[in-house]
Design a binder for this molecule. Structure first.
Ligand SMILES: Cc1cc2nc3c(=O)[nH]c(=O)nc-3n(C[C@H](O)[C@H](O)[C@H](O)COP(=O)(O)OP(=O)(O)OC[C@H]3O[C@@H](n4cnc5c(N)ncnc54)[C@H](O)[C@@H]3O)c2cc1C
Length: 303
């Protein structure tokens, strides 16, 4: 079968967006990444199951992404099918103190809906640009809170399309890590528990967190948030700065002068540039501070 006939076959079964040779740089906050052979943005969960069945039928590997804000995609791209969970699975419903959200719902929208409903506990999400699915997989967090602490139930499907649900007690979350990543599942939605609270208090906390971000993070340039995890009891940014790596540059990628754990794309940066800078920064920090930094960003595709 040719690439064209694969594409036509996929296009016939999917209601949502279908692309062939889709540049992944369009789907990552770093604006980096070569083409995905096939790319689908499902219109709903049935569409997602149809895309999985299509890939199974042709023996193609599948990778699921959210908003691409924690990803480094290789310059050669991704072989097989990339499924982006976005607008088609982004519903948010609030009943009492419970918030149900689709995996594709953006975190700032979730935080704003919680604010409107007078539910506290989601203020920290207002400045994190990912989706509910990506946040659960990464146990995204800030300001002393993380997604895992707020979740009540997670719904997912396996690559055969079988639905699996997990209650809070069946899930385990650690710093930027959840047990969901080992299970090879696609998260489709979750419910969370909010805490009733006056709207002004929620709004004030949210505004404080957002203004702190604006003054400390280089949000005007493409980046992927923190490149490295914070080592226990320390900050990766502090170590990188102390090791003298601030403003270090490889090609189009620079260690941000504003926040040393953010690597910014000054224009034309490649995955190879990021990886070389990661390697140099990590070696320098290990040499000068005797700490081995671990990557927080997820690498997709062959590097
Ligand atoms: C400016 C900026 C600030 C940031 N600040 C923070 C912060 O304060 N705290 C923080 O924790 N992170 C932060 N991040 C990183 C990032 O936003 C979070 O990790 C976010 O949760 C990633 O969500 P995503 O939808 O973009 O996931 P993606 O980057 O698309 O994917 C991340 C991983 O999750 C997997 N994945 C995505 N969706 C699903 C799904 N539905 N089912 C199964 N697997 C899935 C992907 O395969 C990949 O392995 C920041 C990023 C930026 C650019």
């Amino acid at each position: 079968m040719t690439g064209d006939s694969f594409y036509n076959g996929l296009n016939q079964v999917i209601k949502g967006r279908v692309m062939a040779s889709e540049p992944m740089s369009r789907h990552t906050s770093w604006r980096i990444g070569g083409p995905a052979d096939f790319f689908v943005e499902p219109a709903d969960s049935e569409d997602l199951c149809r895309a999985l069945a299509w890939a199974r039928n042709y023996g193609l590997p599948v990778i699921v992404i959210g908003n691409g804000t924690n990803l480094l995609v290789s310059d050669s791209g991704i072989r097989g099918l990339v499924i982006k969970l976005g607008a088609g699975l982004s519903g948010i419903e609030i009943k009492g103190a419970a918030i149900c959200a689709g995996a594709g719902a953006l975190l700032p929208r979730l935080a704003n809906r919680a604010l409107q409903a007078g539910l506290a506990g989601f203020e920290f999400l207002a400045g994190i640009p990912g989706t509910v699915g990506g946040a659960l997989l990464m146990n995204a967090g800030a300001n002393g809170c993380s997604v895992g602490e707020r979740v009540k139930m997670v719904e997912a499907i396996d690559y055969q399309g079988h639905v699996v649900t997990f209650t809070k007690n069946e899930l385990k979350f650690n710093y930027r890590k959840s047990c969901l990543s080992r299970r090879n599942l696609i998260i489709t939605g979750a419910s969370f528990e909010g805490m009733p609270c006056p709207g002004e208090e929620i709004k004030k906390r949210m505004d404080d967190y957002l203004s702190r971000r604006r003054s400390t993070q280089p949000l005007e340039l493409p980046n992927a948030g923190s490149v490295f995890k914070n080592p226990p009891g320390d900050s990766a940014g502090r170590l990188i700065e102390n090791a003298g790596c601030k403003e270090m540059r490889v090609g189009g990628i620079q260690v941000s002068p504003r926040h040393a754990n953010f690597f910014v794309n000054l224009g034309g940066g490649t995955a190879a540039d990021v990886l070389e800078l990661v390697h140099t920064v990590r070696a320098t920090v290990e040499d000068k501070c005797s700490v081995k930094l671990l990557l927080e960003v997820q690498i997709l595709g062959e590097v």
